[in-house]
Design a binder for this molecule. Structure first.
Ligand code: RB5
Length: 145
């Protein structure tokens, strides 16, 4: 299950991501927003990030730049949200950072690149090993250690 969310700035790209996932028979839940009316990205980031943390799932958040969504999502315990701009950063976000939320900029990325990023993000596994030690250190910071 992939939890999806966007604000108005990411709405169109989120719709394209839904079509992409439909074509691949990948299950998702759209947590909003459901139209292009202006809304506040932290509200959506909070809903999606809480679901991802609780269900140990993956999420995708889209706003105009992806920046606000990533800042907001990373405030939730257990979340490693990565703002990705290309295929390489998407691959590394999973392999090295064990990112559980992909953040995208709907006003930054062309649709075909964005969908390639999504494809790579959801199909790449965490490498573990030395990267696990580093990710564990990130989570220790979160726990105040
Ligand atoms: C909304 O205008 C815009 O600020 C938002 O989509 C996002 O880019 C914030 O980081």
């Amino acid at each position: 299950m992939i939890y999806l969310g966007s604000d108005h700035g990411g709405f169109k790209l989120k719709e394209s991501i839904k079509s992409f996932l439909d074509n691949k028979n990948i299950k998702y839940e759209d947590m909003g927003t459901h139209n292009e009316e202006s809304c506040d990205y932290p509200d959506i980031a909070k809903i999606v990030a809480n679901q991802v943390a609780e269900k140990n799932a993956l999420g995708i958040l889209v706003c105009g730049t992806g920046i606000g969504m990533s800042i907001a999502a990373n405030k939730i315990k257990g979340i490693r949200a990565a703002l990705c701009h290309n295929e390489y950063t998407a691959e590394m976000a999973r392999k090295h950072n064990d990112a559980n939320i992909l953040c995208l900029g709907g006003r930054v990325l062309q649709k075909d690149i964005a969908l390639k990023i999504v494809d790579i993000f959801i199909n790449t596994e965490f490498d573990g090993g030395r990267h696990k030690r580093r990710v564990d250190k990130i989570m220790e910071i979160q726990d105040g250690c």
